[in-house]
Design a protein around this ligand. Structure first.
Ligand SMILES: Cc1ncc(C[n+]2csc(CCOP(=O)(O)OP(=O)(O)O)c2C)c(N)n1
Ligand SMILES: [Mg+2]
Length: 429
């Protein structure tokens, strides 16, 4: 692998992702047009409703609005495809409800509900190719579902029986990240690694070979997406990630779900300007999207991924949404927010607007709705059966994967823990 600290290598690697495809910017006048005009400092960012410059294709009443820039990104989405997106959202909401119930019944230690954020997660995850890589926080159950992670594997960590519930190489999704914002840096590191690999490939391809036919930079670039919240935007890690991604022209999409709250802290305390405007300072395109509109989210994420794949570098997407449940099952949101606010967002539910749209087009009826619900119930039943049959790991397992090879200090710690456990009555272990 070439040295990534050498500025010449860095310049070459940054260009290695460029393909011969028309760039997104030249295709429709430049995504930077979508960065809203700066709001004067001191005004309150739109904490409740997305305002100017927000991409929305299906409104809260289910009405489809044409969009000169974004329609082309979803022109393949017919009624059947939109029904699939709807079913995805119904299923992940059902997974969420079941997991919340499992926590209340003592089967899980904790659960962070996604209720209200289904469109942001399904729309963006369905924009990904199977070889793209995801770095998420702890709330992206919808993304994990789309990546093919089984319900029981999703819940394993929340049951407290493992540190990572799935194989990240298979799912192409890293284990969830609880350190706020850290995954933004992990994503950029991975994206720079893609550039480094391309640089190495380009060097190899540039060498004369008997049947050389591969042009430098030819082929699709895999892309990386990092999910984080509005609160994470205040973290140094995220600012550093933006800087590195921008200067390296890294193939990464930053997907911020602005769900209005960082536990009990509203977004208005985190930023004096809409979060998307931060992109401008890093010379990144920034797009603000109605995060409760699955079609709009699909469109803007496809555009951003295309930019990443074709050498256009990072994009910041701010998906304006709402966390309708508690931060986690250990939280009581009634202590810090009003019923009026909850009702405001309930009326902007991501599922009901798609159902309303499909029904208005005669593409969904009661039978269709019942089939979707039955599919969701089946997933929930499988999830419950899978989780409740997970066996507790033995106490030794916690020492098993800490180091690549055993060593004396680790053995001493394990023995000390064994003596500690021996101090309990039989059955208390
Ligand atoms: C570095 C760090 N600081 C603080 C915390 C405690 N903490 C856990 S969740 C959270 C709020 C995060 O809010 P946001 O980024 O908006 O994500 P959301 O929970 O709304 O999805 C905080 C501060 C943490 N996990 N990591
Ligand atoms: Mg938040």
């Amino acid at each position: 692998m070439p040295s990534t600290t050498d500025p010449r290598t860095r310049d070459r690697l940054s260009r290695a992702g460029t393909s011969h495809e028309a760039s997104v910017d030249s295709a429709h006048g430049g995504a930077r047009d979508h960065v809203p005009a700066p709001t004067s400092l001191g005004t309150t960012p739109e904490g409740v409703d997305p305002g100017h410059g927000t991409v929305r294709l299906i409104d809260a009443d289910g009405v489809r609005h044409p969009d000169a820039t974004y329609d082309r990104w979803v022109e393949d989405v017919d009624h059947a495809a939109l029904r699939d997106l709807y079913e995805d959202m119904v299923v992940v909401r059902r997974i969420d409800t079941e997991a919340t119930a499992l926590q209340r019944q003592g089967q899980l230690a904790l659960w962070p509900p996604l209720l209200g954020q289904e469109a942001a997660q399904i729309g963006s995850a369905r924009a990904l190719e199977s070889d793209d890589f995801v770095f998420s926080s702890y709330r992206e159950h919808g993304v994990a579902h789309v990546r093919g992670i089984a319900g029981a594997d999703l819940l394993r960590v929340w049951r407290g029986v493992t540190g990572a519930g799935w194989d990240p190489h298979v799912a192409r999704m890293a284990p969830m990240q609880v350190i706020i914002g850290a995954q933004a840096l992990h994503a950029v590191g991975y994206a720079v690694g893609i550039l480094a690999d391309q640089g190495a490939d380009a060097e190899r391809d540039a060498r004369p070979a008997p049947d050389a036919g591969t042009a430098v930079g030819q082929g699709r670039t895999e892309a990386v997406i990092s999910y984080f919240g509005d609160g994470a935007m205040s973290q140094g890690d995220v600012a550093e990630a933006f800087t590195f991604a921008s200067t390296w022209t890294a193939p990464v999409v930053f997907f911020c779900q602005n769900n209005q709250w960082a536990i009990s802290e509203p977004v208005s305390l985190q930023s004096k300007v809409p979060l998307v405007e931060r992109a401008r300072g890093f010379a990144m395109p920034g797009v603000r999207v109605d995060g409760n509109d699955v079609l709009a989210v699909l469109a803007v994420t496809r555009e951003a991924l295309h930019r990443a794949r074709t050498g256009g570098g990072p994009t910041l997407i701010e998906a304006v949404t709402y966390r309708r449940g508690p931060h986690t099952t250990a939280d009581d949101p009634t202590r810090y927010r009003t019923t009026a606010e909850s009702e405001h967002w309930e009326a902007r539910d991501p599922l009901t607007r798609v159902a309303a749209h499909l029904r208005s087009e005669d593409a969904l009826d009661d039978d269709g709705e019942a089939r979707v619900q039955a599919a969701a119930d089946a997933v929930a039943a499988e999830l419950r059966a899978g989780v409740t049959s997970i066996e507790d790991p033995s106490w030794q397992d916690v020492f098993a994967d800490v180091y690549a090879a055993p060593h004396a200090e680790l053995a001493a710690e394990r023995d000390a823990y064994a003596r500690y456990l021996d101090g309990f009555e039989e059955g208390d272990r």
